[in-house]
Write a protein that binds this ligand. Structure first.
Ligand code: FAD
Length: 478
């Protein structure tokens, strides 16, 4: 590419500087570089018709997490001599205008497998190609390119974890440096008439900020992601012995897993960099656990589900989804609302739903418990309804992984032992007999004696009165 050219780096996920091949390519030989993020009203603007504060697509916790990630990205770009250019509007329209006004010759953005981005990206690519703009859209959100795996597997996605791992093999980049470290970026050129703004605050987007108690304790951004990653892997023994099924879902002061999922979701952390860091620890310590239960195995779950989701038409629904069992689920909005609003009367289930609502993150086994409870376990409500609630409230909400796990937990796909149920009483008790987790997230039950904390309806009336929690009045009957 001749010097004197302008490039545009379109950030969507991949909100990071490290291991960012699209950013690197955009910066290469560019006279001016325009790093852009488009605030999509569909995703960001308040929708008062939803059951929780947020937009049509996302709850407030995730929107805040995204804004924090953008502030952090802007600050990192500034350290490299650039800045983040925030624009508002329908992304393709905004982009067409920027490409024209800024005479862009090269457009770079990370490849995305989500259906929303697939159709948006097709539109943008068609326009850019017509305008003779060079496009670079690398795969850097996942360890592998899902299309490569599907190709290697004869045109279909592997449908079991084991066959996926076998087909995928070792990533080609496993032992080589991922990217050159960026020490500076080309300057931003004239903005002409494009209405660029600073990263907005929650209030500027039209929201009233939530009380601190209702806010997730996890802060967005690449800097936070890297600090969290370093903390997790500094305990080499913990990494080496990591066995996912053995984690304690009730541990909330110090969660049993990394809580890196929201950072991976927004690409504040590169999954490939994470993979290499785990590999290094494993090499150092010698003996370690293996996939599927090891920490490295968790990243392979992520890629497995991305690949199946990418290669399966209508993956996010039961209808016309070839890998999904057709089950006559109930359509009961009252049961759904009780589950969603933490009012089922089962403290273990309600505490988890309350943590989801307040923190936007819950442990994997806690997700298992509430997803099983809503679907095949107890309420027999359609998995798509539960998926929607998770999609809205999770800060790590991820189209491929969320759908895949709901398919799994409802025994609609991947896993079919429908008689293996998580008891809403005894499962949590195994980990937390005193019910500290319940007491924290459901303070109404904080004085309930240990014997009754998982089944308060069995407590004698006098005990309920003394605990200031009468079932049927202060807390629902199951
Ligand atoms: P760790 O155990 O530290 O694992 C590291 C990373 O591996 C995670 O950050 C995640 O990216 C990946 N990972 C771990 N478990 C899984 C898994 N089962 N499937 C795919 N990737 C995995 N995860 C999401 O990221 N977004 C979702 O929307 C989501 N929805 C879920 C819905 C249900 C019903 C269930 C049962 C699970 C869901 N998960 C989802 C998967 C899993 O629960 C979370 O990834 C994990 O709990 C995140 O915590 P962590 O980062 O501490 O995980």
């Amino acid at each position: 590419m001749a010097s004197g050219s302008n490039s545009l780096m379109w950030f969507r996920k991949g909100l990071r500087i490290h291991d960012n091949p699209a950013l690197e390519c955009a910066a290469r030989r560019a006279e001016f570089l325009y790093p852009v993020f488009v605030i999509d009203p569909h995703y960001m603007e308040p929708d008062p018709n939803e059951f929780s504060t947020g937009s049509k697509r996302a709850g407030l916790n995730r929107i805040r997490f995204l804004l924090e990630s953008l502030v952090d990205l802007d600050s990192s770009l500034r350290k490299l001599g650039s800045r983040l250019l925030v624009l508002r509007g329908e992304p393709s329209e905004v982009l067409f205008r920027c490409l024209k006004e800024w005479s862009i010759k090269k457009l770079c953005f990370e490849f995305d497998t989500d259906p929303y981005y697939r159709s948006l990206d097709d539109k943008v690519k068609r326009y850019a190609t017509g305008a003779s703009v060079e496009i670079f859209s690398p795969v850097s959100h996942t360890l592998f390119d899902p299309a490569d795996i599907i190709h290697k597997n004869g045109g279909r996605p592997p449908l079991t974890y084991q066959s996926f791992v076998k087909c995928a093999g070792e990533p080609s980049w496993a032992s080589s440096p991922l990217a050159t470290e960026l020490t500076s970026l080309p300057p931003v050129g004239s903005l002409k008439n494009c209405p660029v703004v600073e990263v907005p605050s929650i209030e500027e987007l039209g929201y009233e900020e939530a009380h601190e108690d209702e806010r997730t304790p996890f802060k967005g951004g690449e800097s936070e992601a890297l600090t969290r990653l370093r903390e997790s892997i500094s305990n080499k023994e913990w990494v080496a012995k990591f066995e996912k099924p053995k984690g304690d879902p009730s541990a909330f002061l110090k969660p049993a897993t990394t809580v890196l999922s929201p950072y991976l979701k927004f690409g504040c952390l590169s999954s490939r960099y994470f993979y290499q860091c785990i590999q290094e620890v494993q090499r150092d310590v010698g003996r370690h656990t293996s996939p599927p239960v090891s920490l490295l195995g968790q990243l392979l779950w992520r890629d497995f589900f991305y690949t199946v989701a990418f290669g399966t038409p209508n993956f996010g629904q039961m209808k016309d989804n070839k890998i999904c069992k057709q089950i006559p689920w109930k359509n009961d909005d009252e049961l759904l609302a009780a589950w969603r609003d933490a009012k089922t009367g089962f403290p273990w289930i309600d505490a988890i739903m309350m943590q989801l609502k307040k923190w936007g993150w819950i442990h994997h086994l806690a997700r298992h418990c509430v997803a099983c409870f809503l679907t095949r376990g107890d309420l027999f409500v359609h998995w798509e309804k539960g998926r929607d609630v998770f999609e809205r409230l999770l800060i790590d909400s991820d189209w491929a992984i969320n759908n895949a796990n709901w398919l799994w937990l409802s025994c609609s796909s991947f896993f079919y032992q429908y008689n293996r149920i998580y008891s809403p009483i005894s499962f949590g008790k195994k980990y937390d007999p005193n019910g500290n987790y319940i007491r924290h997230f459901l303070p109404i039950l904080k004085d309930m004696p240990k014997e009754y904390i998982y089944e308060p309806w069995t407590a004698p009336q006098s005990v309920q009165v003394k605990a200031k929690c009468v079932v049927g009045k202060d807390y629902p009957k199951p």
